[in-house]
Every structure is written in structure tokens, then in C-alpha cells.
Design a protein around this ligand. Structure first.
Ligand code: BES
Ligand code: MN
Ligand code: ZN
Length: 507
């Protein structure tokens, strides 16, 4: 989709469709009012007739409105004017794009960016418009065979593809075009990262293997010019990553340990390290999972995908910050050589771990990556992982679970989540929970019983993060959707990007 930024009158717009907003009271937005005037109050009459009530995210497509150059006008409900804020703005934008998805429009102009959204300037509005639009039009088409698609198109007797080709974004006369352009560039960069994260999650596990993730990291690094290194099994053996190696040993796919370096801050600046769980398929291992919905365990690499997506975004933004990305990636499979319940592994830190359940494997690969992170003398380490089903029970699919050994860092991340509309919720990680990990046969057990499963998982990681400020995001409930809308969400790339941008602004 091509984007451009403009100022001018909606009645003169030449595209296939002009998008304008209407509040719930029947109050027209400024752009809608201009169309109303030019059309001899055509819009007012339609509203009076009750065809659209202005409820948030409702839409009405009008054709051949008199006195208007564009072929169509899309009215979008904005809800109550006094309640119209960030979230409502994004919902209205999403609804406007969804409403046009079945229509043959190619060139669209939107005036939603001229609305008043609290005290946000054009930069914010344009950034979110681009991001939400690209998010709403995301399609995963990499795998469906072209033959099937042709047949389907033939059946539908429709043109092969309906999609918006160009979107003209209108801003107010007083707005800065340069700021709006900057917002557009950032919004697109974020959308590209989110899209990459979704696609990596959606790819089948026989395609998206540890080697595939490593190749993705290498090709991104080449495209954007950041540093990358991939460690192989023999390197992991030399480093003493017995815990990570214990998880991968039942799989035919070779494990990879990916290190990416985006060093665009000043030389003395300590880096932020992002660590992503990259289990490309989680069968549970010898503690085999039940069969129902096991296919969804291809999403167990969404933490890794979010690190790759965030790297794509900050590289495209050329963000002035030092950021390291670490991805331990392997499969968790049952096999004659697989780790057994009862086995004791020696982690890179030296701590021994009694594996009481081979399905609690995420923490076993993360702990060695977290120890490895020490060498970067980080200002903060954030790990991102689809770590526990218990987190989904606690928070559902709306918020990611946030755990930290530092309240200031937790606050920064919560704030970033609020701003990016990609929220997290601060969970407790009190010492009271730590004894649940006691083991009779090793320094620590890899599970802590049924109670507070997401917290004891975080407690496990905390044993390996004593040397730096650390936070853990459990994205088990937020990284993908199940059911009819099954697919990756790209979360928490918006939260992470917002956090890093704020850090770059502070530096
Ligand atoms: N990848 C899963 C967590 C998960 C399960 C995420 C379902 C999303 C949906 C993780 O490796 C796992 O299996 N965790 C176990 C831990 C348990 C054995 C202590 C879980 O949550 O059941
Ligand atoms: Mn598991
Ligand atoms: Zn897992």
C-alpha cells in the first residue's frame, strides 16, 4: 500500500473513496461537515433518517454523493465525542479499513487523521493510522497453493485481489508535514516488524525450524546492516549450556543460538538485551502434551519472533540505541535420546536443575541465554516467552504478564504498553514463592507445582538474572489467537518498540 500525506478539502478529493467521521450525537467531524455543505446536507439527511448512529466503529458506505468528486464516502462512527481518545481513534481507523476490504476501491483518502485525539499531534495520529491500517490488512498467504487460490477466485467470479492500492492521509493546515512524515515512517516500520512477527509465528513448524529462524536473522542483518552471529551445538557445548542442550537433545533439528547486535547508540552506552524463547515446536517432550490443539505449539517461538520483529522495526527506524537480541531456538521432542523426567542438567551458570517435567522447557533454554547475556554488561535484560498456560488462566488474552526484579524497569515497560496499546500487567514475584522450586536432588527444580504457575516460572528465571536489571514478559495469552481467527498477533512488538524509543529519547 502506498501512503501519501496531504492537506486540502474533502469534497475536491479525486479518489475512489473519502473516509470521514461522525460522532454518536450525530455531530459531524470537520471534514464530514465540509462534505455535508458541498452536498446540500446529504449527510445530515442520512443521519437524520437513522442510517448511521455514530456508534464507535460502525460504518456506512455511500455512493455518488451529490457535489462530491470522489465516487464514495465512507462514514465512520466515532462514538461519544467526550470519550474519543487513543483507543477509540485506533478502533475507528481499523473499522474504516475493514469496511472497505470487500469493496473494489483502490485509491482511498482518509480524514480521520484530522480529528482531535486528546492533545496528540499529527505525528502520533499518522503513525497509528499507518500501523493499524497495515495490521488490519495483513494476510498470511505464503503457504496456500496458487492452484487453490485460482479455483477459489474462479468460483467467486471476483477479480483476483481486492486491496487498497493507495491511501492519502489528510492532515490539518496547521499540522507540520515533516512531523507527519516522520510519524508515517515510524508507523510503517512498526507495522513491518509486527507483520514479520506474525508471519514467523504462522509458518508451519516443518518450515519455521531453528535453522529457518537463524537464516531470517542473517538475511535481516544483511538487509539492514546490523551484526549477527549464530552459534551451533558444538559452541553451546563449549559454553556449557547443559540446560539448553538438554531440551534440544530429543530433536533431529539442530539447535541454533542467535545473537543480533544493533549498535546505534554511543559507544559507552550499555545495551538493552532482548531474549526471545524460540521453541519452534513444543510437544512437551517425554512429558508429552495432550493432543488437542497441539498444532498451536508452533507458536512457541513467538518470543523469538518478537525479538526479530522488533529488530526489523528499530533497524528500519535507525533507532539511536544499543540493543542486543538473543534467541535460543530448538524443538522440544520425545525421542530415545530425549531428556527424561528426573534427569539433572547443569546450566551454564553452574546451577544444577532437576527436570521434573520436560514440558517446562522454555525456562530451560532461557536460563542459559540469560547467563550468556551477562557478558554484554546490559542496562536491562528483557526476556519474552510463551512460557506458561497458567499465565493465560491468570490474565486471559488481553494483557501479557510482566515480572521484574526492578520496579522502575517494570514501570517503564507498563507505561510503554499503555502508550502502544499493547498492555502488560505487573505480577508479583515475592520470595514467598521461591521455595516451590526446591529440589531434593539438584539446586533447583524446573517446576513449582500447580499453584501460581506463571509466577514460579518467573521465579525460576530470576535465579539466573541476579547480575542485572531484568524483566520477563509471559506472552502465552497474547502472542496468537485461537479459533476461527487463528493467527499470530505480532505482540509485544509495539510495547518493546515503544520502550526502546523512549530509552533512545532519554539517552
Ligand atoms: N509453551 C508452553 C506454555 C503454553 C501452553 C503457552 C499453552 C500457551 C498455551 C510451555 O512450554 C509449557 O508447556 N508450560 C507448562 C509448564 C508446566 C509443565 C509447569 C504449562 O504451562 O503447562
Ligand atoms: Mn512446554
Ligand atoms: Zn513451551
Amino acid at each position: 500500500m502506498e501512503f501519501s500525506i496531504k492537506t486540502g478539502n474533502p469534497e475536491k478529493e479525486l479518489g475512489d473513496c473519502v473516509i470521514v467521521g461522525v460522532y454518536e450525537s450525530g455531530q459531524l467531524s470537520t471534514a464530514a461537515e465540509a462534505l455535508d455543505k458541498a452536498s446540500d446536507h446529504y449527510l445530515s439527511k442520512i443521519i437524520k433518517n437513522g442510517d448511521i448512529d455514530g456508534k464507535l466503529a460502525s460504518t456506512l458506505l455511500l455512493h455518488h454523493v451529490p457535489g462530491i468528486t470522489a465516487g464514495r464516502v465512507l462514514l465512520v462512527g466515532l462514538g461519544k465525542q467526550e470519550e474519543f481518545a487513543e483507543k477509540q481513534y485506533c478502533q475507528a481507523v481499523r473499522a474504516s479499513i475493514k469496511a472497505l476490504s470487500a469493496s473494489p476501491v483502490k485509491n482511498v483518502a482518509t480524514y480521520l487523521t484530522t480529528l482531535i485525539v486528546k492533545d496528540y499531534a499529527a505525528r502520533w495520529k499518522v503513525a497509528h493510522l499507518a500501523e493499524v491500517t497495515l495490521d488490519a490488512t495483513y494476510k498470511f498467504e505464503a503457504i496456500k497453493s496458487t492452484k487453490q487460490q485460482d479455483e477459489k477466485n474462479e468460483q467467486d467470479k471476483k477479480p483476483a485481489k481486492k486491496s487498497i492500492k493507495s491511501l492519502t492521509i489528510y492532515i490539518n493546515e496547521k499540522d507540520s508535514t515533516a512531523e507527519a512524515e516522520a510519524g508515517l515512517a515510524n508507523g510503517k516500520a512498526l507495522a513491518n516488524g509486527v507483520s514479520l512477527t506474525k508471519t514467523l509465528g504462522n509458518l508451519p513448524p516443518n518450515v519455521c525450524t531453528p535453522s529457518y529462524l537463524a537464516e531470517q536473522a542473517q538475511s535481516l542483518a544483511k538487509q539492514f546492516g546490523f551484526g549477527v552471529e549464530v552459534l551451533e551445538r558444538k559452541d553451546l557445548e563449549k559454553l556449557g549450556m547443559g540446560s539448553f542442550l538438554g531440551v534440544t537433545q530429543g530433536s533431529e533439528e539442530p539447535p541454533k543460538f542467535i545473537i543480533m547486535q544493533h549498535l546505534k547508540g554511543n559507544k559507552a552506552q550499555k545495551p538493552v538485551v532482548l531474549v526471545g524463547k524460540g521453541i519452534t515446536f513444543d510437544t512437551g517432550g517425554i512429558s508429552l502434551k495432550p493432543g488437542a490443539e497441539m498444532d498451536e505449539m508452533k507458536y512457541d517461538m513467538c518470543g523469538a519472533a518478537s525479538v526479530l520483529g522488533t529488530f526489523r522495526t528499530i533497524a528500519e527506524m535507525d533507532l539511536a540505541l544499543n540493543v542486543i537480541g538473543i534467541i535460543p531456538t530448538c524443538e522440544n521432542m520425545p525421542d530415545g535420546r530425549a531428556t527424561r523426567p528426573g534427569d539433572v542438567l547443569t546450566s551454564m551458570s553452574g546451577l544444577t536443575i532437576e527436570v521434573l517435567n520436560t514440558d517446562a522447557e522454555g525456562r530451560l533454554i532461557l536460563c542459559d541465554a540469560l547467563t550468556y547475556a551477562e557478558r554484554f554488561e546490559p542496562s536491562a535484560v528483557i526476556d519474552i516467552a510463551t512460557l506458561t498456560g497458567a499465565c493465560v488462566i491468570a490474565l486471559g488474552h488481553h494483557a501479557s504478564g510482566l515480572f521484574s526484579n526492578n520496579d522502575a524497569l517494570a514501570k517503564e515497560l507498563l507505561q510503554a504498553g499503555e502508550s502502544a496499546l499493547d498492555r502488560a500487567w505487573h505480577m508479583p514475584m515475592w520470595d514467598d514463592y521461591q521455595p516451590q522450586l526446591d529440589s531434593n536432588f539438584a539446586d533447583i527444580a524446573n517446576i513449582g507445582g500447580r499453584a501460581a504457575g506463571s509466577i514460579t516460572a518467573a521465579c525460576f528465571l530470576s535465579r539466573f538474572t541476579k547480575k542485572y536489571e531484568w524483566a520477563h514478559l509471559d506472552i502465552a495469552g497474547t502472542a496468537w489467537k485461537s479459533g476461527k481467527e487463528k493467527g499470530g498477533t505480532g505482540r509485544p512488538v509495539p510495547l518493546l518498540t515503544e520502550f526502546l524509543v523512549a530509552r533512545a529519547n532519554k539517552a
